[in-house]
Write a protein that binds this ligand. Structure first.
Ligand SMILES: [Zn+2]
Length: 263
């Protein structure tokens, strides 16, 4: 069920029926020369909708504010300043909670959000919330990973690569410009290898200055359908696990009860 497609009273019934809101966190950023800026939120939202058809949940409307400072040197990237970004996520979650959802899943559909979303989950312990937040990292199960590896042909993946391009072809072929796929694959340039074990803001850019990581030349609709199916299946299983989970909500209650007794 898509939030924006429901009437107000049908929405209230959907909150009671599912108890879970699913937000796919994407972004607006360059995806090499051949994929649209909205690739992550378009694919993320599509996969969320397909998964919610199998394991019912209310899918939040397409969401494209995220961490993408490393793409601001390319036209079309859109983000907001760091503190506001965190507050925006928190305010949106608060509204989702105010509408009655006791569980919220954020499905991370953009690699650049990895640390932000984990921090957002950690920050939920700052103050007691009316909902429990689960961040779905998108990491595949052993079986999913095996199926994934048997579908792809290239070795290096990451951004606008064989996988992402294939899934984009399956989801919105009309927006994919295969004729513009770069002639050469994008391998990491390793320009910061002189400072091992470091994390700098410019790390990703240091490896991939054209915002392309991998080799999309062998991307196809058929592969995209297979890869998308794996993602949908795994996300649906995650939604089911979240629905069944009583541990995180009860530990949250226990934690805040103890926190109130401190001092
Ligand atoms: Zn992407």
């Amino acid at each position: 069920m898509q939030w924006e497609q429901l009437t107000s009273s049908d929405f209230a019934a959907a909150v009671l029926e599912t108890g879970v809101c699913l937000l796919a966190a994407g972004v607006l950023e360059k995806h090499s020369e051949h994929l649209p800026l909205g690739t992550d939120f378009l694919n993320g939202h599509k996969i969320a909708c397909l998964a919610a058809e199998r394991e019912s949940a209310v899918v939040f409307p397409p969401f494209y504010f995220g961490q993408i400072y490393e793409a601001r040197c390319f036209p079309g990237a859109l983000t907001i300043k760091p503190a506001l970004l965190l507050e925006l996520f928190q305010a949106v979650l608060e509204e989702i909670g105010r509408n009655g959802f006791k569980k919220v899943i954020i499905y991370n559909a953009h690699g650049g959000n990895t640390y932000l979303l984990r921090f957002l989950a950690q920050a939920s312990l700052w103050e007691e919330q009316s909902y429990t937040l689960y961040v779905y990292t998108g990491e595949l199960s052993g079986e999913g990973e095996k199926a994934w590896q048997s579908t792809v042909e290239t070795r290096l993946h990451g951004h606008a690569c064989e996988c992402e391009t294939s899934i984009s072809l399956a989801n919105h072929a009309g927006l994919v410009k295969m004729e513009r796929v770069p002639a050469q694959p994008a391998e990491p340039l390793k320009r910061l290898d002189g400072v091992p074990h470091s994390f700098t803001g410019i790390n990703w850019y240091s490896n991939y200055p054209d915002h392309y990581a991998g080799d999309a030349r062998s991307a196809s609709v058929a592969k995209g359908r297979k890869l998308r199916e794996i993602q949908v299946q795994e996300l649906a299983a995650f939604i089911a696990a979240v629905k069944a989970d009583q541990v995180a909500p009860s530990l949250n209650r226990e934690f805040f009860e103890r926190a109130r007794q401190v001092g």
